[in-house]
Design a binder for this molecule. Sequence first.
Ligand code: DQA
Length: 145
Amino acid sequence: MQRPTIFVLNGPNLNLLGQREPEIYGSATLADIGAMLAERADQLGVTVDMRQSNHEGQLVDWLHEAQATGAKAVLLNAGAYTHTSIALLDAIRAISVPVIEVHLSDPATRETFRHHSYVALGAVDQVAGLGPQSYLVALDKAAAL
Ligand code: DQA
């Protein structure tokens, strides 16, 4: 039988992880996180399909694709779109695939404009503030759904 697929969708500026504000986001690159996830996915018996885009509509299209292709779950680090995007919330609500919100930092302890999350209004769970470990914890949760 085919392994279940878990989409890992990353939003704006996350392509710059490793160089971007390392005092907040750490030194791991997105590729490093992808490698960690692939290893854990193997242990969990799932396949990870990890992507990054700086464009809101692309993230919407990928959420639709998760539904169309029968993905088991989506891990979504929507970056700053977390705090602004009703389109992403609508896409999350439009699909039946469970979405887990992920953040490297803990937006709740940062600037007040990061305290509100549209993604959280549609997501089944959230993992934040653990650096790259946030993705691993979220993957464990997604595999267990
Ligand atoms: C982030 C937190 C967001 O507030 C910020 O805009 C990001 C990264 C995180 O992973 O900590 O781009 O999603």
